[in-house]
Ligand binder design. Structure first.
Ligand SMILES: Nc1ncnc2c1ncn2[C@@H]1O[C@H](COP(=O)(O)OP(=O)(O)OP(=O)(O)O)[C@@H](O)[C@H]1O
Length: 784
């Protein structure tokens, strides 16, 4: 049972001052009985004294007074009862009673005084149904009825939940404290409406300039109601909708305490800060302490990755969300700490700018190199494991290595297609490299070979077995679908409302492993900066002063003579998967002919244009003749820039085509009718085939490309968290960011809370059956 409510001056019912005696205008005074009293007194006053029984006068007076008093008290009771009945009629609906009953409200005590017919001092309200309790403003509403009928201000003294009884006492209305400005009074009233009359504002801050409330701390008694994320969000939105500024709430559910404060907007872009790092740093000595900042939270606090604690990082993000920039920012910071870095660049061009960055040893940009790199990284792990087992080394001897496996899903697709061409008889069905991921993730901590695993979408494949635990450090860039969020954050609500218009915005885990929204640091791409620009200067400051680890190249294996060939002619044996795995690694300086960095340095715009021309594609490039512009210098592109001759590999093409077809088939299968139960499956999804004038406009994104399905019209009660909702008023598409629930003020309405692409938030309350236009997140494509 909950404790009796304390009196909370200033945070309960804000009422107008007590009105003294107030005979309601519709009360009728029965003049006859009142007049009888007056005439009786008059008769006694005028009675002759002589000739009467000496006791007759006093006796008559007593009788007269008695009858007058009876008449007056009787009349007063009548008036009080009539007024009480009127009050009861107004209170019963609030208590959820279908009919007015006198048992609902009893006046326990009347105030002594001269008011006619008198004012109640203590009132007891009985309620039958628990339904009333669900309404957070019901006590407030009851007190408002008392006041409206002229009984003045009442405070709740006791709420006996077991006996379903409320005891009210007449009280002086809380005087606003001298410091309470109109802003403060209003804020307190809103808090009482949203968190109930028992809520107390225990601290409040106002802006010295505008007088607006900027934060307030509130104690409340909402208890279990607040377990629902949606309920808390609705209160937060209620405060945000009624007070100026953008608000957020920080709840402490254990102490029934909440702090509302104005939100600071996330900056659009935060460049990676240049932090001094000791270039002499001993990697072995500092390993445990290395923490890599990669962004800031809403309060401007930096978020860090500590690889000694969380060995691997998973980085998820669809195109354009800022995944590559975030990967670059991690690379730059680790390079400053002197860690050797290996990169598998699944898209081939994302890390080219960092190919000659100090401490980046290798950027694998072909399938062959990538396969070789992953096998080598795995081999290094195994080698280190074995050296521990054989007693030759311990974990403390291992210099940490950072391995980027970027765009893994892309790599998977490419490697599968490639494997079909080089697979020999007896080779496994699947490319062996794909089986190494889980084992690498598992061995990272001991071997100190740490992974940054990047891919576009969370996929069930990456969360099976102990993969989930081995990637406890995670960042999801941009907005996730509810299914994706379930995989990433075990909640369909986390990361699903990140504004699409905010590049570099994502979700990560805080130090205590709670998901939080962040703005990731930004770094320029060295390949794209213009000399002399701010970005170029920033890169100069971020570039490590010392290169500790030399650049490496993976030498393409050479074709071998087929010694088994019985033909007289010498035959060339086809290269096998393991020829590529065993490719030789050399220092970049020893093979300038293979060095893409040198090749790029020799490029200029003229050579670039020539080499990427259709003529070059067709293998028809003639160095002298190809230049149509007399001013074009053919340029000495050296031996590294042999003209590209297009290799039209039909086998590869058809393998790629069938891969794409398979993918398409799988997508359309998984996009079939949803098997999910509950409200979503019940929704009748009707395609808006014939858009009318008031039909919603597209949200501007390419419907083929973005993560949402077509526009459909459904009843508001069928909307689910994660849906894109069309707001008719503003013409915006916004994402529904909590499960729809009854509105906390008007519970016959459904409340939909939302967040927009430009990071505005709001709430829409509407009847369950109202038609709304939505777009559902597309089903996740599993297993790419
Ligand atoms: N942290 C950031 N702050 C501000 N802007 C950013 C940030 N990260 C990325 N951007 C902007 O977004 C653009 C796209 O970023 P990025 O290339 O990293 O996306 P992506 O998710 O890797 O997409 P893709 O896979 O197509 O490359 C960048 O060119 C930059 O303009």
């Amino acid at each position: 049972m909950s404790a009796p409510l304390q009196q909370q001056p200033g945070a309960r019912f804000t009422r107008s001052p007590r009105v003294p005696s107030l005979p309601p205008r519709h009360h009728t005074y029965r003049r006859d009985s009142f007049c009888f009293g007056v005439s009786a007194v008059g008769a006694f006053a005028g009675a002759p004294i002589v000739g009467l029984d000496p006791w007759a006068g006093p006796a008559a007076a007593v009788a007269t007074f008695a009858s007058i008093a009876t008449a007056i008290f009787g009349r007063r009771k009548e008036l009080r009862d009539a007024l009480l009945d009127e009050v009861i009629e107004d209170v019963c609906p609030i208590l959820g009673l279908p009919e007015a009953t006198r048992a609902a409200l009893i006046v326990k005590r009347w105030l002594r005084g001269w008011e006619w017919p008198g004012l109640p001092e203590k009132l007891v309200v009985h309620y039958d149904s628990a339904q009333a309790v669900n309404d957070s403003t019901w006590i407030d509403d009851i007190a408002a009825v008392f006041e409206a009928h002229g009984w003045g201000f009442f405070e709740l003294d006791r709420h006996d939940h077991a006996r379903r009884r409320l005891t009210f006492y007449a009280a002086e209305p809380p005087e606003p404290s001298a410091s309470d400005s109109d802003h403060v009074i209003r804020a307190k009233r809103i808090v009482a409406q949203l968190l109930g009359p028992s809520a107390t504002v225990s601290a409040i801050d106002v802006s010295a300039d505008t007088g607006d409330v900027t934060s307030m701390e509130v104690r409340h008694e909402l208890g279990a109601k607040l377990e629902s994320d949606g309920y808390r969000t609705r209160i937060e939105r209620g405060v945000g909708a009624t007070l100026p500024g953008r608000w957020r709430a920080k709840w402490n559910l254990h102490t029934d305490w909440v702090r509302f404060e104005q939100r600071t907007a996330f900056p659009d872009s935060v460049w990676l800060p240049v932090v001094d790092v000791d270039v002499e740093e001993n990697l072995l000595a500092t390993y445990d302490k290395v923490e890599i900042p990669y962004g800031i939270d809403e309060d401007g606090n930096e978020v860090f990755w500590r690889p000694a604690i969380d060995p691997n990082l998973m980085l998820i993000g669809t195109p354009g969300t800022g995944k590559t920039v975030t990967a670059h920012n991690l690379l730059v910071s680790f390079a400053r700490h002197g860690w050797p870095i290996w990169v598998l660049d699944g898209k081939y061009v994302e890390f080219l700018g960092y190919q000659d960055w100090p401490n980046v040893q290798v950027v694998a940009t072909t399938i062959e190199q990538q396969v070789a790199m992953v096998h080598r990284a795995h081999e290094l792990m195994e080698f280190r494991y074995q050296s521990i087992v054989s007693g030759e080394a311990t974990e403390a001897d291992f210099e940490p290595v950072l391995v980027f496996l970027d765009e893994w899903a892309e790599f998977r697709g490419n490697v599968e297609a490639w494997y079909t061409q080089i697979k020999s008889k007896g080779d496994p069905r699947q490319p062996p490299v794909l089986g190494l991921l889980a084992s690498m993730a598992r061995k990272a901590r001991t071997s100190r070979v740490h992974l940054v695993f990047g891919t576009q979408r969370p996929d069930a494949l990456y969360f099976v077995g102990d993969m989930r635990d081995n990637f406890s450090m995670r960042i999801s860039m941009g907005r996730l679908s509810p299914q994706g969020a379930l995989m990433m954050w075990q909640s369909p609500a986390i990361g699903t409302s990140v504004p699409r218009g905010c590049r570099g915005r994502g979700t990560t885990v805080s130090d205590n492993h709670k998901p939080i929204e962040i703005q990731c640091y930004r770094v320029p791409d060295p390949r794209k900066v213009v000399a002399g620009s701010f970005e170029a200067e920033l890169l100069d400051s971020l570039r490590p002063k010392v290169t500790r680890h030399p650049r490496l190249l993976i030498v393409p294996p050479e074709a071998k003579t087929d010694i088994d060939a019985d033909d007289e002619k010498v035959k060339v044996a086809p290269l096998t998967y393991y020829d590529f795995v065993d490719a030789e690694w050399v220092l970049a300086g020893s093979r300038p002919d293979l060095d893409p960095v040198l090749r790029r340095r020799k490029m200029n715009r003229a050579t670039g244009a020539r080499i990427s021309s259709p003529t070059a594609l067709l293998g028809l490039l003639q160095p002298e003749a190809s230049s149509s512009n007399v001013n074009d210098e053919p340029g000495d592109v050296g031996p590294c820039v042999a003209p590209i001759v297009a290799r039209v590999d039909t086998a590869a093409r058809s393998a790629e085509a069938s891969r794409l077809l398979d993918k398409l088939a799988a997508t359309s299968q998984s996009a079939g009718p949803s098997k999910s139960s509950g409200r979503r499956s019940a929704a009748k999804l009707t395609l808006v085939a014939d858009p009318e004038d008031d039909a919603p406009e597209s949200d501007g994104s390419d419907p083929e490309d973005d993560e949402y399905g077509p526009i459909v019209e459904i009843a508001a009660c069928e909307v689910t968290l994660g849906d894109l909702l069309y707001l008719e008023e503003s013409g915006d598409w916004v994402v529904v960011d909590t499960d729809p629930e009854p509105d906390i003020v008007e519970d016959d309405l459904l409340s939909l809370t939302w967040r927009s692409d430009s990071d505005e938030v709001g709430e829409l309350a509407l009847p369950d059956s109202s038609a709304v236009s939505i777009r559902r997140p597309k089903p996740i494509y599993v297993g790419v």
